[in-house]
Write a protein that binds this ligand. Structure first.
Ligand SMILES: Cc1ncc(COP(=O)(O)O)c(C=O)c1O
Length: 486
């Protein structure tokens, strides 16, 4: 809520009274809709299912098992309490050496041990959120800008801009090109900034991408590296979904590319990492800046005083991530479970004519509902989104909140719920699609997973989608409706 009250505007700072947090966007509105009527399997079966939260809850059984087997890793157990006082008073902003060593090792493992990371370059922050803001403070002045390929994570508008005064300028990536980041799009964005007399200080990329679930290939990464070198601007790589890659093409980190690119000025390269997605610990607020630039490491280290990771968390994480056997098993099992979820979901959607962008990573799908739009506008996208929230009772996130340039895309998170909730959510989407009536010819978009091309309108819809109408295991391809229209 932005303060309209002039009295408050007078009393508080410009930052406090501005809407820089961005909580008035549909992205956060969906969360509010969920919070006011949350789904519960027994107490509120017709409530809103939360599919707007990129959480990774699929491997908590493994974590719990490890915690039970390693009681000494916690300072609040009889086995670990001897460390309590040492850990409780620790407040060095370099962090516990064993924590930095373990995180450096984990980062390398997630990247297939093709690269190594120097623990002395690891700076702590309050999640990736804090890491991005810290880097923005370090690299840019108010009014300066970062280029960001679209669609991008909505939180960046808050994290990089709100308190720093830095701007984000879109690098427009088109659905007709499967949202690939091209040299042409980069140059066009840079030129627009120059025309507007805005100083560009960097390029911010997310690899694997949120919301697309795609990975950047080596060739594209090389193009990015040569672009930022030529312009002499920074490259910030958010790699917080690195271990969510579940199939080929696999993940290539920027750290691998710069090892090969001898002409690259490493002082321009910075990685943002966190354990929020790969391990599923957003509540622990373990964020990392890994910079190849000594001055940036030193400045970030000083700034990190505003967002250190608690020593209790460092202690636990150091112990957990140093357990090679556990980490190997966790990474492999997590990828396996994500892949299975992804498969069930994309297949279920494809059977009712809903396609998704081909993806091999992430905790979400980028779902194409453009055929359900009454017209190809963002207003129509918002109307469809409102129906999905209020009638279908799913909180999915509209593409416009990710600054997507084409209407009709929605991000759907699939790893933040148990199997039965996932099946119920899938049933709701499929029923919604099949309850719609109008059929037209498909649009020609390069998509993966959509066998059937239906154009569906929800004009005849009568309200809430009934969960019981259609199970994800129903033989949809045999449905007369689908057969008639494929
Ligand atoms: C791309 C990206 N960066 C940063 C964040 C923030 O992560 P954290 O919870 O570590 O602050 C998110 C969270 O969804 C994200 O998707």
């Amino acid at each position: 809520m932005a303060f309209k009250d002039t009295n408050q505007q007078h009393l508080l700072s410009k930052i406090a009274t501005s809407n820089g947090h961005g909580e008035d966007s549909p992205y956060f509105d969906g969360w509010k809709a969920f919070e006011s009527n949350p789904f519960h399997p027994t107490n509120n079966q017709h409530g809103v299912i939360q599919m707007g939260l990129a959480e990774n809850k699929l491997c908590f059984d493994l974590i719990q098992e490890w915690i039970m087997n390693n009681p000494e890793a916690s300072i609040c157990t009889p086995e670990g309490v001897n460390h309590f006082s040492d850990i409780a008073i620790f407040q060095d902003y370099h962090g516990l050496p064993e924590f930095r060593n373990a995180v450096a090792k984990f980062m390398a493992k997630v990247r297939g041990d093709r690269v190594s990371f120097n623990p002395d370059r690891i700076v702590m922050s309050g999640g990736a959120t804090g890491a991005h803001e810290m880097l923005a403070f370090c690299l840019a002045d108010p009014g300066d800008a970062f280029l960001v390929p679209t669609p991008y994570y909505p939180g960046f508008d808050r994290d990089l801009r709100w308190r720093t005064g830095v701007q984000l300028l879109p690098v427009v990536c088109e659905s007709s090109e499967n949202f690939k980041v091209t040299e042409k799009a980069l140059e066009a964005a840079y030129e627009r900034a120059q025309e507007a007399k805005i100083r560009v200080k960097g390029l911010l990329i997310t690899n694997p991408s949120n919301p697309l679930g795609t990975v950047l290939d080596k060739e594209t990464l090389r193009i990015l590296v040569s672009f930022i070198n030529e312009k002499n601007i920074h490259l910030v790589c958010d790699e917080i979904y690195a271990a969510t890659v579940f199939s080929q093409p696999g993940f290539v980190s920027i750290s691998e590319v710069i090892e090969e690119e001898i002409t690259c000025n490493r002082d321009l390269i910075h990685i943002v990492y966190s354990l929020s997605k790969d391990m599923g610990f957003p509540g622990f607020r373990v964020g990392i800046v890994y910079s190849y630039n000594d001055a940036v490491v030193s400045c970030c280290r000083k700034m990190s005083s505003f967002g250190l990771v608690s020593s209790q968390t460092q202690h636990l994480i150091a112990s957990m991530l140093s357990d090679d056997e556990f980490v190997n098993r966790f990474i492999a099992e997590s990828a396996k479970r994500l892949e299975k979820r992804h498969k069930v979901f994309t297949r279920g959607l494809a059977q009712v004519g809903i396609g998704c962008l081909k993806s091999t990573a992430g905790l979400f799908l980028w779902m194409d509902l453009s055929h359900l739009l009454k017209e190809k506008t963002f207003e129509a996208e918002m109307s469809l989104w409102r129906v999905i929230i209020s009638d279908v009772k799913l909180n999915v996130s509209p593409g416009s909140s990710f600054h997507c340039s084409d209407p009709g895309w929605f991000r759907v998170c699939f790893a933040n719920m148990d199997d039965s909730t996932m099946e119920r959510a899938l049933t709701r989407i499929r029923t919604f699609a099949l309850q719609s009536t109008e059929v037209t010819v498909p649009k020609k978009r390069q998509r993966w997973g959509s066998n059937h091309h239906l154009r569906l309108s929800f004009s005849s819809r009568t309200g809430r989608v009934d969960d019981c109408l259609l199970s994800p295991h129903s033989p949809i391809p045999q449905s007369p409706l689908v057969r008639a229209r494929t």
